[in-house]
Write a protein that binds this ligand. Structure first.
Ligand code: CO8
Length: 374
């Protein structure tokens, strides 16, 4: 029989600072007014477009977001700055991203009843790493005292699920026995707080999961991974052009196209059917139907997307108990959203219950795991 592989621990860490919709909107609107006043003449001559006002009501209705966590609040709401202030750390200090990765990893290891000595591999998988090398995963490996190896992976919104896929395959292949997958989503430095259409979308968080062979798992809540399924389809509708190439391209490395930007409507329309079909196909591999799934730990980009995807799958709206939403508190946390939903909503399932953990987003990329509670 094929090796049984499980998720035995999950950790969710959030920063101490939050920004509510009202705080964010009041800062953005003050910035927009000041921009428009400074460009009044060009705006009147139709040479410059006036910046529109944002609204808390729109944000909550369009996305389900009420607040977001932020790693460093200072600077992000200052209309003369509009980006967080995060002092650079020295080369001999722990990096910001490794620090938050360790916070989540420690919680996941504790839940899995595992110590550093049990882990063979560290995968840091997220939307951005704060440097190219040395890998954040190797820094985390060193800080936690883990032997073996580590590497970083970038797959935008599907980084967490794709990271778990790699862990699953390594354990199945026998190249690892226990893998720590960490998603330190430190995304606020890439948010354009002067863009009305996207300033509200993202929050910072870190999540982590422990994957191991079923035979070594001793945790209270263990989920067998029945299988994994991945899909990518190229699209520029969600994009960041931030790049080491800017220096040679002679362009502004912090221009608006170098930060997160998207065609949100197109993304919504194109990704929802892709994700629903993907999940249905994945379930059919195990002769399961959507109605057999006890819980949906879906990507958390937009509440209306999740409602629509569940409707396509179930033929009716899913309850919050069936498909938990964490957007109101966390906002979109890139790849960590489905892991937060899982981390906060998995202990009540009974042995034999099935669940689907699924991400969807930039790339486009879709990653799913069909899980069964042990
Ligand atoms: N306040 C008030 N009004 C607004 C605002 C605002 N803040 N923003 C837009 N409006 C207005 C628009 O101008 C428009 O007005 P009009 O009808 O007069 O033209 C109206 O409201 C409706 O605008 P939209 O059609 O754009 O609004 P939607 O209902 O489509 O909602 C969303 C916008 C919320 C962006 C929605 O389209 C959406 O969520 N789409 C899916 C997007 C998505 O899931 N993207 C995934 C991105 S995450 C990802 O892939 C990870 C990337 C890596 C992480 C990056 C971290 C930085």
């Amino acid at each position: 029989m094929a090796e049984q592989i499980v998720i035995s621990g999950v950790g969710v860490w959030n920063p101490e600072f939050t920004i509510t919709n009202d705080e964010l909107v009041s800062s953005y609107n003050a910035w927009a007014e000041s921009y428009n006043a400074a460009h009044r003449e060009q705006i009147d001559q139709n040479k410059v477009t006036a910046k529109p006002q944002s609204s808390s009501e729109f944000i909550e209705k369009a996305s389900g977001i009420k607040q977001r966590y932020i790693y460093q609040k200072e600077g992000a709401l200052d209309i003369d700055r509009m980006r967080p202030t995060i002092p650079e750390r020295g080369e001999d200090e722990l990096s910001d991203q490794a620090q938050i990765a360790i916070e989540a990893a420690t919680k996941a290891l504790e839940q899995a009843n595992k110590s550093a000595a049990d882990v063979d591999v560290v995968i840091v998988s997220c939307a951005y790493t704060q440097r190219a090398y040395p890998a954040i995963a190797i820094e985390v490996q060193e800080a936690l005292g883990i032997e073996g190896f580590g590497f970083d992976m970038l797959v935008a919104c599907s980084a967490a699920t794709f990271g778990m896929h790699r862990a699953y395959e390594m354990i199945a292949a026998g190249t690892a026995a226990c893998v720590l997958v960490i998603n330190p989503e430190l995304v606020s430095p890439q948010v354009n707080y002067t863009d009305r259409d996207s300033h509200f979308i993202f929050g910072d968080v870190a999540t982590a999961t422990v994957l191991e062979k079923a035979e070594t798992a001793t945790a209270d809540h263990v989920y067998e991974i029945l299988s994994t399924k991945a899909l990518t389809k190229y699209s520029s509708n969600i994009r960041s052009n931030f790049s080491y190439m800017s220096r040679a391209n002679d362009v502004d490395p912090y221009g608006p196209d170098k930060l997160f930007h998207q065609a949100g409507r197109k993304v919504f329309k194109e990704v929802c059917p892709l994700a629903a079909d993907h999940i249905e196909q994945h379930l059919s591999r195990h002769e399961l139907k959507p109605a057999d799934v006890r819980r949906w730990w879906l990507h958390q980009a937009n509440i209306n997307m999740n409602t629509l995807i569940c409707k396509r799958l179930l033929g009716r709206e899913a309850s919050r108990e069936e498909a938990p939403i964490v957007l109101d508190e966390y906002a979109n946390t890139a790849s960590a959203g489905s892991v937060i939903a899982f981390g906060l909503n998995h202990k009540d399932l009974k042995s034999g219950d099935h669940g689907v953990l699924c991400s969807f987003g930039a790339g486009y990329s879709i990653g799913s795991l069909v899980l069964k509670k042990r």
